[in-house]
Write a protein that binds this ligand. Structure first.
Ligand SMILES: NC(=O)c1ccc[n+]([C@@H]2O[C@H](COP(=O)([O-])OP(=O)(O)OC[C@H]3O[C@@H](n4cnc5c(N)ncnc54)[C@H](OP(=O)(O)O)[C@@H]3O)[C@@H](O)[C@H]2O)c1
Length: 353
């Protein structure tokens, strides 16, 4: 279920249609973004699917029309109102300045610009107000946070507002699709080979295993994935938050889960926390004893919270379990949600309109 955008004053379909480029349109996130643009009836005048420069004959279907995927080139961004980007950080660094120069608003799923002080890092349910100063035609980059950060801050923000946050301890259980199309293919192949009695290669994805190492690390330090959560969370919450993070890749196709402990500034009973979370935007709370799982929430745009309970170790402490579809709320839906909020704002004035 994709929830309605909170700020939509009139329906999104009634707005001026835009020229929309999707960079990385053939990837897991890119395909999900194209699907959402169609499902949400986003006002698209022209969809331009862009991918790598290899010779290509592939097409994407959008609103029943077969559209050729084009190799990315500077000319493609001329006249673009909106660029949705998910082709890796290097491609964002190369192409988004070109799109900005052409006047496009770019919503970037990569880590390239997230910690740039000039670039807002947005989760609409948490800090969507920062979009108020942005309008189409301005030439701006807006960053989508890391997938694990997004679902964490959606759950943390209502608790922060109600009880204050002293510290956060989190372990993630991240699915294979978080590493892209190639990783899913290698994982599927490895799983098959192991089931058939084959030997495990040293660099094999974690089929029948779990791997507490996502990205690079140096001995005694966090991994790059953990560093993203450590840096992005305070930027989005707009206050420093002491955190311990361990990111773990697990043999699940889609959906990230997180075991979270928080120490709040003020005393909190778990029943009150459950109440606060159940009223917060973008969250589905699972009361009772049956927790949400990644497989159950795949295909769903909400952040699911279950197993809310008191901490046994922290004063004013809570523990809970957070699950979301990493390709949707963790990437494509958060990006399209930002785009919807921009379109819904009265400053929407597409290039050439
Ligand atoms: N997967 C997730 O859950 C998730 C969540 C949040 C953020 N992200 C971020 O989103 C980005 C994409 O992730 P993904 O999972 O969709 O990856 P993916 O499935 O591997 O897709 C990568 C996309 O990038 C394109 N690409 C590769 N090299 C290119 C180049 N030189 N020029 C232009 N396009 C190029 C690919 O096109 P070809 O068809 O030409 O190869 C494909 O469309 C990554 O930066 C990732 O960190 C992913």
């Amino acid at each position: 279920m994709i929830p309605d955008s909170p700020s939509a004053e009139t329906t999104i379909q009634e707005r001026q249609p835009l020229r929309v480029c999707v960079l990385g349109a053939t990837g897991l996130v890119g395909r999900a973004m194209v699907r959402l643009l169609e499902e949400r009836q986003f006002p698209v005048a022209e969809l331009v699917p862009l991918a790598s420069a290899k010779p290509r004959t592939d097409h994407l279907t959008f609103r029943g029309e077969s559209i050729p995927v084009r190799p990315v080139r500077a000319e493609e961004f001329a006249g673009a109102d909106l660029v949705l980007s998910s082709a890796g950080g290097d491609r964002s660094r190369e192409w988004l300045p070109v799109a900005v120069e052409a006047g496009a608003v770019c919503i970037d799923n990569t880590s390239a610009f997230r910690m740039d002080p000039e670039v807002p890092l947005i989760v609409p349910e948490v800090n969507g107000d920062l979009l108020d100063s942005i309008s189409f035609g301005q030439g701006r980059i807006i960053a989508n946070p890391n997938c694990s950060t997004i679902q964490l801050v959606v759950a943390l923000e209502p608790l922060r507002r109600a009880f204050g946050l002293e510290r956060v301890l989190v372990s993630t259980y991240q699915s294979i699709s978080g590493a892209g199309r190639g990783a899913v293919e290698r994982f599927t192949q490895t799983t098959r080979e192991l089931l058939e009695g084959g030997a495990r290669a040293a660099d094999a994805p974690p089929a029948f295993d779990v791997l507490p190492l996502i990205g690079d690390t140096e001995e005694g330090g966090p991994t790059t994935e953990e560093r993203k959560m450590l840096e992005e969370t305070p930027k989005i919450l707009r206050e420093p938050v002491p955190m311990d993070v361990t990111c773990v890749r697990v043999p699940v196709f889609t959906g990230h889960a997180e075991a979270v402990s928080v120490q709040t500034k003020f005393p909190v009973r778990w029943q009150e926390a459950l109440q606060v979370l159940s009223k917060a935007p973008g969250i589905q709370v699972h009361p009772g004893t049956i927790p949400p799982t990644p497989a159950q929430v795949a295909g769903d745009g909400l952040v699911h919270v279950g197993r809310v309970r008191p901490s046994q170790a922290l004063e004013h402490g809570l523990q809970f379990w957070v699950v979301a579809d990493n390709l949707l709320k963790g990437a494509a839906w958060n990006a399209v949600q930002i785009a919807e909020q921009l379109v819904a704002s009265q400053r929407c004035s597409p290039v050439g309109a």
